[in-house]
Ligand binder design. Structure first.
Ligand code: F3S
Length: 94
């Protein structure tokens, strides 16, 4: 499964969502999470993220290893998101 990590926090560019064929993204207040039960391991989302927040689970940098468990936990608490929206990072004046 693929995992969303720290660079997404406060960004939520949502470029990842539109390429996902499995609708496996869930939206938290500050970042997105991938449902490991829905992820197809297709690798479509990873190159789309402008801040490189998405990694294959085996490739998550050690300092962000906790995000593997966090994604699995948070998808149960956060609603599914399937459409692009204005990123937090570009909020404000735009
Ligand atoms: Fe987050 Fe990157 Fe998607 S910033 S919302 S993982 S495109």
């Amino acid at each position: 499964t693929f995992v969303v990590t720290e660079p997404c926090f406060g960004c939520k560019y949502t470029d990842c969502i539109v390429v996902c064929p499995a609708e496996c993204f869930h939206e938290g207040e500050q970042m997105l999470y991938i449902d490991p039960d829905d992820c197809l391991d297709c690798d479509a989302c990873r190159p789309e993220c402008p801040v490189d927040a998405i990694f294959y689970e085996d490739d998550v940098p050690p300092q962000w290893a906790e995000y593997i468990e966090l994604n699995a936990e948070m998808v149960a608490k956060c609603p599914s998101i399937t459409e692009r929206k204005t990123p937090l990072a570009d909020g404000g004046d735009n």
